[in-house]
Design a protein around this ligand. Sequence first.
Ligand code: ADP
Ligand code: MG
Length: 457
Amino acid sequence: MKALDVNDLWRSSAGKLQKILNADIYSRWIEVIQPVECRESTLILAVDNDFYQEWLEENYLPLIQQAVNSSTDQQLEIKFVIQARAKADSTTDAPQAEKTRRKTIRERLGISTRQASSPLNSGYTFDEFIVGPCNNFAHAACLAVAQAPARAYNPLFIYGGNGLGKTHLMHAIGHHILKDARAAVRYISCETMLNEYIAALQDQSMPEFRKAYRSIDILLIDDIQFLAGKDALQEEFFHTFNALFDARKQIVMTSDRPVTEITRLEKRLVTRFEWGLVTEIEPLDLETRLAILHHKLHNMQTSLPDEIITFIAENVRSNVRPIEGALTRAVSYASLTGRPLTIDSLKHLLRDTLDNEKQEEITFDVIQRTVAEHYDVRLSDMTSTRRPRDIAAPRQLAMYLCRKMTRSSLPDIANAFRKTHATILHACKTVENRMAVEPELRDEVRTISTKLGKRLV
Ligand code: ADP
Ligand code: MG
């Protein structure tokens, strides 16, 4: 391949990446890549330094590979090399891009403690949060923290599945505190924090980064599970955490899983995250789903027949996002067509949502049966206390699969196996550890999960 082709190939691949990545990520991580050459079916791409190299290899290589594959018939391996920017400067407007990039980093770090840089969603308030059996503990804990920051529970750790209101509650804490205090509230997703951290390393502005984080009064970090395996950030965050905690500042974190299930998270962080209060938002119950629907309808200043509301509440269960989507569609149908909405037309309108919901419905019973069958053990052994390894191991695997493949809460899973919460967590950990070193077990998990209709590994 000639040099020109490399540029074309990269331009086309980058174009594809631009379409799927958000603009910030694209300009930070992809725009900085320079194509070098294609040699012996290797596409060589240059970046400025080893941060970029490692970060791209660890996080974006599969995406980049995909984009390159779809831009050429050749099977190319991708290799990053470190190369100073000077060479490429003559052909592109890279210096300008670099200047802009540095400026935004500074701007970001400079204003990061001000409210303007972490706008809270104005709709995510306590008033707009519907409290029900599935989330009342989490809600009460958040309210307590908002009313007495750093005195009630510190840190506060909220975990639960997707779309169950973790981010909403976190913003609500921020709004509540800002209502009557001039505190420095900072809401940030863990991924953005990581980007800022790397930018600060790049930019040699770590002192500013630290200063910015340590001058925060209320730190709200969303999706902390993103720390998994990011050792350097964990180290940095450990010190930030300690500094804030010692200065009696409030820290709130959310995660899509319990602390102990975040893989490759340093022990000392696990311990600290559990210092204050850990609270779970459980999967939505019918009562809460109905209350959410009524509340949102009220906000939309409209109404729907009871049977329509009940149908949505009974059939769209996974999380609040598809419930909101279903509601919007139902409401707009009536106003767009001018015809009353029937259950049949609603079913048609929501067919994709309903299909998704069905696919996600894997029950404990089906998992237990499938596992028992696969290992040729009795179904009753799934809930027994018999200890022989040929029974205990499949049982642990079934627990693990219930945790991974259903949205049910730990207590519900524990119930289904007639075991304690701790036993389930232990089983999950054991299976994960074994899978890391036993390829045969991974194969078995793949086979069983495929049988269950949702391949896991
Ligand atoms: P998560 O962060 O847990 O993934 P979000 O907080 O982003 O979920 O919530 C998803 C959407 O559902 C948001 O629009 C949020 O306002 C809404 N939502 C979630 N839980 C509730 C609730 N209990 N009451 C009202 N709205 C909710
Ligand atoms: Mg969220």
